[in-house]
Design a protein around this ligand. Structure first.
Ligand SMILES: *[C@@H]1O[C@H](CO)[C@@H](O)[C@H](O)[C@H]1NC(C)=O
Length: 262
């Protein structure tokens, strides 16, 4: 009887705790890997991966911003107008003698677009032309799964949760009347559907998708502490990052948080 009572009170305590910290929504929102799917992979740039910096997602210097060389440019079919920026993929080389058989797969983050080239056939150089699913990987990432001399290899890929330490990072551009924010280090699905900003003297202001992983608000926000609300594109989970930037925030600065998707 005592054991049952203890069990019940533990259950009630747990339920109460979960209700307070909103854990059930978090569990439901956790992104699950997609099935393995066939595609192809090439690489761009050289071993330094310098060509991958400043990609179409707007992450700038990938070393400074934590993405390193484990990155890929996605064909427009996968890029989804930039909504796929920050998404993560396991990629394994298949059906080629150039595959590194000692490596099961490598994991990359989408940081760039591989644009179509309509002067090349989609089966002869125009690898990124729609409707192809294609990964143009950094050379160091490609070399983990295949010999680079192969140029192009068939791969199996699947979307996986992005494992990020620490929280969202917000990199600011713009001015007191126009705020452009690049969102980096997004965990879980890695992607963003909607975003809002709140100044200490405003309500929540919806931000519009600018390009890549950047969102903008045309509003007077100078001299105000800024908070952000973000909804995941994949899981629809919403997180609020309170008081991200102090009232003397400035363009060109990056602000860290302690909240993230998982
Ligand atoms: C597109 O393909 C043509 C033909 O191979 C090539 O000359 C051109 O440089 C390519 N364009 C880009 C942007 O890569």
């Amino acid at each position: 009887m005592a054991a049952i009572y203890q069990y019940c009170s533990l259950f009630i305590t747990l339920t109460l705790m979960l209700t307070i910290i909103g854990k059930p929504a978090l569990v439901m929102g956790t992104f699950q890997p997609s099935p393995w799917t066939l595609a192809h992979a090439t690489f761009y740039g050289d071993e330094t991966a310098s060509a991958t910096m400043g990609g179409a997602c707007g992450y700038g210097n990938l070393f400074v911003n934590g993405y390193g060389t484990d990155t890929a440019a996605l064909s427009s079919t996968l890029f989804n107008n930039g909504y796929a920026c920050g998404t993560c993929y396991q990629i394994k080389c298949v059906q080629s003698s150039a595959c590194n058989t000692n490596v099961p797969y490598t994991t990359v983050t989408a940081t760039n677009i591989c644009p179509p080239n309509w002067s090349q056939a989609s089966d002869n150089g125009g690898w990124c032309n729609p409707p192809r699913s294609h990964f143009d990987m950094s050379k160091p990432a490609f070399m983990k799964i295949a010999q680079w001399k192969a140029g192009i290899v068939p791969v199996m890929y699947r979307r996986v949760p992005c494992v990020r330490s620490e929280g969202f990072r917000f990199s600011f551009q713009g001015n007191g009347y126009w705020l452009l924010v690049y969102v980096m280090n997004v965990g879980g699905g890695g992607d963003i559907a909607n975003m809002w900003v709140k100044g200490s003297r405003t309500g929540w202001i919806s931000m519009s998708h600018n390009w890549g992983a950047s969102y903008q608000a045309f509003a007077t926000l100078s001299g105000q502490t800024l908070s952000f609300k973000i909804t995941s594109y994949t899981t629809k989970e919403t997180i609020i990052a309170w008081n991200v930037a102090p009232s003397n925030w400035g363009a060109g600065l990056t602000y860290s948080t302690h909240v993230n998707f998982h």
